[in-house]
Design a protein around this ligand. Structure first.
Ligand SMILES: [Zn+2]
Length: 135
């Protein structure tokens, strides 16, 4: 069923990155480096949010959701819609979900949150590595 486990909130790291830009320790170019693949994923598979981009403040960020786990086989590392996760959570024992926020305006990208879903009957391993982002 739909129960998130082992939730990791990357909000603190995100705020730190934004802070370093505002204070001039980092330039927007340091963080607005979304990989073309990620931008494409955001454009075609991303889910729009109401959150304004913290860097350019011109566009709302898009959530891109990746799934990782040994049980997923060829689906590991794929971009999924939030709506698909509920079904996957019933199908698989355990997999980890990574939500990356992406601005299609300035290419800001940051890992927002990750959590584990599944029936809990899995092998207990295979949470995988986070997707390539600027984290
Ligand atoms: Zn932006």
């Amino acid at each position: 069923m739909w129960s998130q486990r082992a939730v990791v909130d990357y909000g603190l790291a995100k705020r730190a990155a934004i802070q370093s830009i505002r204070s001039g320790h980092m330039t927007a170019r340091d963080v607005c480096d979304a990989h073309p693949y990620l931008l494409r994923a955001a454009r075609f598979h991303g889910e729009p949010t109401e959150r304004n981009c913290p860097i350019c403040e011109r566009r709302n960020v898009t959530n891109v959701t990746y799934v990782y786990g040994d049980e997923l086989g060829r689906f590991a590392g794929r971009v999924k819609a939030t709506a698909d996760l509920a079904e996957m959570a019933r199908e698989y024992g355990e997999f980890r979900v990574y939500v990356v926020e992406v601005c299609q305006g300035c290419s800001w990208n940051h890992l927002a949150v990750s959590f584990v879903l599944g029936t809990g009957n899995g092998t207990g391993t295979g949470t995988g590595d986070p997707p390539g982002s600027s984290v």
